[in-house]
Every structure is written in structure tokens, then in C-alpha cells.
Design a protein around this ligand. Structure first.
Ligand SMILES: Cc1cc2nc3c(=O)[nH]c(=O)nc-3n(C[C@H](O)[C@H](O)[C@H](O)COP(=O)(O)OP(=O)(O)OC[C@H]3O[C@@H](n4cnc5c(N)ncnc54)[C@H](O)[C@@H]3O)c2cc1C
Length: 453
């Protein structure tokens, strides 16, 4: 099998150095940060692709998909491999299509739309955009490594979402070109509402090859941290900043103690026993924010300019799902959930969860705007893992009290929480990948089409 694939692909890819077969390399390219989940860890550890290809252009992608289709071989696309749920782990082997070399930024248009290849790193785009007076509307805390294509296919939002919502909102993703896995693969343009057929479908129904990604006008940002005696105080203060449109912010995060104690590189910013607010605020509003913090009983522990992805300390490295990484470094028994609390009932929801699960859950809030323009307390709580049953109990309890959960302990789209009820991703898969060769096993509602004899 391996030899046959290597021979076939080497005929397509001009430079054999871009067809990879070394087992250690394949092992690395077959995995992401799935190990965040103690449930996924044993299930995905031994899943590997049979061969990897570093594609350079659309013609090579078309040829690889044609070859794979003719030989009934699965293809799993890979950006930078920073996904959390084994999104790019090839469950059924086959070809890993690595797009990290397709990393060109074609242009930033005069109205602030980046036109780029999928392998472009978000950090590189943020740096270049800021030089031209623009910046990313939102980015994951994996900014430096993650690719634009991987973010669109696997991510949802991040720093900036408190102002601009998630990737699926407010026309941030303007358009993209997609290579299909039809009998004769082709390039199709999706624009406007049609992007939602492919967005966040984990590369199961097409390969993104050229992207139009809307930016925001660049702002001078200050990173800011404050300590509060109680979680309630830290939450209420941060909520007042996040939900009031007069504050210009990029990040509004709350950590319940002991989460700040996990942040060893920035321990000078942490106060023992206290909860922490972490905010990116327009520099022009820093004095007002400092005054508001004091007025709310908080202690300002740090403020400093954000000067792009190389800023030190880069406080976004402690937010979104990086928070979980610091918790797991402190104690490998920690894991996480991805939740959305009710903006009106959240205090009651926090109380019920604490009552039922005690110190098995610690609150980590990321305020974000939803598609209706309402800023809500999104959350990536830190959870002490004991058994899968107990974790499922917690998820069921959250849902029973109205807390939305996108389950990060499964590696198929449908329970990951972002699958669309209108089924347009599934319909696109039936159209573009009827043989089910793209990232098989990740869209479980898909059934291969049976060809009549
Ligand atoms: C510490 C940590 C923090 C994180 N924080 C966030 C966060 O704040 N917000 C967030 O949304 N995510 C977050 N993530 C998840 C992940 O980092 C992001 O979603 C990231 O944007 C994925 O980009 P990538 O290039 O690494 O994608 P990959 O992991 O390579 O791929 C992700 C998925 O997209 C598919 N794919 C990749 N490229 C293409 C393409 N061109 N066409 C079609 N399919 C493709 C892959 O097959 C896979 O299913 C975090 C992960 C970690 C480990």
C-alpha cells in the first residue's frame, strides 16, 4: 500500500522531497492537540496517515485528490495541526495533505479584506495587516502557529470575538475557493452565505485553497490585568466592560482562583487567592479602565502595550484554550469543557454547577458577541477529570440548566456543537465528496452513496 501510494504521488508531486514517508514524520503530521482530552487520548494515539504530501499549488491538490479518488484512498487536510479534538487525525489512514507551504498573502484590499492561501499563519497575517492599518477581527490563542485555512475549517473564534463575534458571524469570512472530491475534482467559489456550507466542517467536504478574510481597522491596544478578592467581583467587573459598547476591547477574560496560580511565567501579575480579569483595551481608555477597576474593588496588577504577536508577555497566551494548557501543566488531571452561559441566568448557573460539582470545576470566562450582537459569557471551564461517566454527567447537567456545551471530548462534528441544524455541511459533503474520502469518520451523519449495480 505505502509503496503504491509513494509511487503514484511521486509522479504527481515534482519534488520527491515533498512526499513524506518516514514513520516519525507521519506520526507527527497525523496528530494535533487531541491529548487535551483524556477521553480522546487512548482512542487517537495510534491513528496515523500512510503518507503525507506537502502541496504547493491548486493543480497539485487537484491531482492528489484525483489520484486518491481513483484509488479509493482517504485524504485528510492539515494546516498547522493545532486543533483540539483530533480534527486532523486520519482515522482511516491514507494521505495527509499538508498545506503549510501554501502560505502566501496575495493582498489586503483597500477595504480591509485579506486574500490569501490557506497555509498562511494567522500571526504573520496579523503582523502584516497591522503594518497596513488593519488587524485580525478575531484569532485563536494559537495565533502564532495556526493557519488561516485551519482556523476557518476547525476553529470558531477567540481574541476579538468580544467585539466581532465568531468566525461564522458578521461576514468575516467573505469567500473562499474549495477543491472538491468529486470524480473529477474541481475548484468552486463559495461566497456570502454559501461559505457556511464548508466553514467549520473540519475538511470533510472540501479543501480551502484561496480565502477572502475580512479584517478590522487596527487599534492601539493595552494589555491589562487586575486582581479581585472574589470570582463574583472579577466577573461583574469584566462583564461591565464586555457588555458596555462604550469600551473598545479585544479581550475580556475572567479566571477564578486557583486558575491564575497555573500561570507560572507571569506569576508577578497574580495575587495569591484572588480571581483575575484580563482585558485588552484601547490604549486611549486605559486611565478610565484603571479608575473603573479601583471603583470595583480591584487591584491593577499589570498594563502594557500590545505590539503584535511578538509582544512579551503576550497575555493572550493565557486565554482561550491556552488556559487549559497551563492547568494541565500544573496538574495533568485537569481537562476542560467549552460552554456558553446565559447572559441573564449565568450567576444562577454558576451557583448550581458549584453546588453539584464543587471544586471539580473552576470558571474561566471568555466574553464573546453572538450572531445577534449580544455579548454573552462564553466559557472554557477547567474540569478535574475522574471518569468519562462523571464528565458526561457534568455535560448533561450543564445542558439541563441551560448551559450550552460544545463537547470537546468527541471527534466528530455533530456533537462538537458547531454542526448546523440546517444540514448544509452534510448536503455539501454529499455533493462534493459522495465517496466519503475526505477526513472520513468526522461527519457521522454522512452515509456513502450506494451505487446501483
Ligand atoms: C492551546 C490551544 C488554544 C486554542 N485556542 C483556540 C481559540 O482560541 N479559538 C479557536 O477557535 N480554536 C482554538 N484552538 C484550536 C486551534 O488552534 C484553532 O482552531 C486553529 O485555528 C486551527 O488551525 P490549524 O492550522 O492548526 O488547523 P489544523 O489543526 O491543521 O486543522 C483543523 C481542521 O481543519 C482542517 N483543515 C485544515 N486546513 C484546511 C483547508 N485548507 N481546507 C479544509 N480543511 C482544512 C483539518 O483537516 C482539521 O479538520 C486552540 C488550540 C490549542 C491547542
Amino acid at each position: 500500500m505505502h509503496d503504491r501510494l509513494a509511487e503514484g504521488l511521486s509522479a504527481i508531486i515534482a519534488d520527491p522531497a515533498r512526499v513524506l514517508t518516514a514513520p516519525a514524520v507521519l506520526e507527527r503530521l497525523s496528530h494535533d492537540f487531541y491529548w487535551y482530552s483524556p477521553v480522546l487520548r487512548p482512542k487517537l494515539a495510534n491513528k496515523n496517515g500512510d503518507i503525507a504530501v506537502l502541496a504547493l499549488d491548486v493543480d497539485e491538490i487537484l491531482a492528489v485528490l484525483r489520484f486518491a479518488g481513483m484509488n479509493d484512498v482517504p485524504v485528510t487536510v492539515r494546516g498547522a495541526g493545532t486543533g483540539n479534538y483530533g480534527q486532523c487525525v486520519p482515522l482511516q489512514g491514507g494521505i495527509i495533505l499538508d498545506l503549510s507551504l501554501m502560505d502566501k498573502l496575495e493582498e489586503i484590499t483597500s477595504d480591509g479584506v485579506a486574500v490569501c492561501q490557506p497555509g498562511l499563519r494567522l500571526g504573520a497575517l496579523e503582523t502584516e495587516a497591522r503594518k497596513q492599518g488593519w488587524e485580525l477581527r478575531m484569532y485563536p490563542s494559537t495565533l502564532v502557529k495556526a493557519s488561516v485555512g485551519g482556523f476557518l475549517a476547525g476553529g470558531s473564534g477567540g481574541i476579538g470575538s468580544v467585539a466581532h463575534g465568531g468566525l461564522r458571524d458578521f461576514d468575516t469570512v467573505r469567500a473562499f475557493e474549495v477543491v472538491t472530491m468529486e470524480e473529477e475534482p474541481r475548484v468552486v467559489l463559495h461566497e456570502g452565505a454559501a461559505v457556511h456550507e464548508i466553514l467549520h466542517a473540519w475538511g470533510t467536504n472540501g479543501v480551502l485553497t484561496r480565502i477572502w478574510f475580512a479584517l478590522a481597522q487596527a487599534e492601539q491596544w493595552t494589555q491589562f490585568t487586575a486582581a479581585f478578592d472574589t470570582y463574583e467581583q472579577a466577573f461583574t467587573f469584566t462583564e461591565s466592560i464586555a457588555t458596555n459598547p462604550t469600551w473598545t476591547k479585544r479581550l475580556a477574560t475572567v479566571f477564578e482562583w486557583p486558575i491564575p496560580s497555573f500561570f507560572t511565567p507571569i506569576k508577578k501579575l497574580v495575587r495569591d487567592g484572588k480571581s483575575m480579569a484580563l482585558i485588552m483595551i484601547a490604549t486611549a481608555q486605559l486611565d478610565a479602565l484603571t479608575a473603573a477597576t479601583k471603583g470595583s474593588g480591584g487591584e491593577l496588577t499589570f498594563s502594557g502595550p500590545y505590539e503584535g504577536p511578538r509582544t512579551q508577555p503576550l497575555l493572550s497566551d493565557y486565554t482561550w484554550n491556552h488556559t487549559t494548557l497551563w492547568a494541565m501543566k500544573a496538574d495533568p488531571a485537569y481537562t476542560y469543557l467549552q460552554c456558553g452561559f446565559s447572559p441573564t441566568e449565568c450567576r444562577e448557573q454558576f451557583r448550581k454547577l458549584r453546588g453539584r460539582f464543587g471544586n471539580e470545576i473552576f470558571f474561566h470566562i471568555e466574553f464573546m458577541k453572538n450572531g445577534e450582537g449580544v455579548v454573552i459569557p462564553g466559557a472554557i471551564p477547567i474540569v478535574r477529570f475522574t471518569t468519562e461517566e462523571r464528565l458526561n454527567d457534568m455535560i448533561a447537567f450543564c445542558r439541563s440548566i441551560g448551559v450550552f456545551v460544545a463537547n470537546p471530548h468527541v471527534n466528530y462534528l455533530e456533537d462538537g456543537g458547531r454542526f448546523r441544524p440546517d444540514n448544509i455541511q452534510l448536503l455539501a459533503k454529499q455533493r462534493y465528496d459522495p465517496r466519503g474520502l475526505l477526513n472520513p469518520g468526522k461527519m457521522i451523519s454522512f452515509q456513502k452513496q450506494v451505487v446501483a449495480p
